[in-house]
Design a protein around this ligand. Structure first.
Ligand code: ZN
Length: 145
């Protein structure tokens, strides 16, 4: 099995069995983000306490890339220190801006390295980033509170 095929399987698996999908009642901030070029939409609830990301939950509709990426993001960031979550977010954004030249740091990004290939397709980058941008927005709003 080649790497691209394995990555497609990982993405499809998250699409079919998304993590943290369904909005939790526990939230400090709620944001809604859309990706008009594809029609993807996500609502994200974030709760943070004592410098920890207590929970990222989300709901949405959209293509397999946007939904799988939101699933991985919520699974990766829930339970992390806010500072760690920021590092993971930055690493993912860097990967998406790499135009296929980076493979991604598996220690930080875990399954999300599966999106490395997506960075070669400008039209799909926004799909992969949708959930992460929603988290970034929510975390920024919480900091301001
Ligand atoms: Zn999409």
């Amino acid at each position: 099995m080649n790497l691209d095929h394995m990555y497609q399987e990982v993405i499809l698996d998250h699409y079919k069995h998304p993590e943290h999908k369904g909005l939790s009642a526990q939230k400090d901030v709620q944001v809604h983000h859309i990706n008009p070029s594809c029609g993807d939409e996500i609502t994200l609830n974030l709760s943070v306490s004592d410098g920890l990301v207590k929970e990222v939950s989300w709901d949405g509709i959209g293509c397999s890339i946007s939904m799988a990426s939101a699933s991985m993001m919520s699974g990766l960031l829930t339970g992390k220190k806010s500072s760690e979550a920021s590092l993971i977010l930055e690493a993912f954004m860097e990967l998406m801006q790499s135009k296929g030249t980076l493979q991604g740091d598996e220690n930080l990004l875990e399954d999300a390295v599966a999106f490395a290939g997506v960075s070669k397709f400008p039209a799909r980058i926004k799909c992969a980033l949708l959930g992460w941008m929603a988290y970034k927005d929510a975390a920024f709003q919480i900091q301001g509170k």
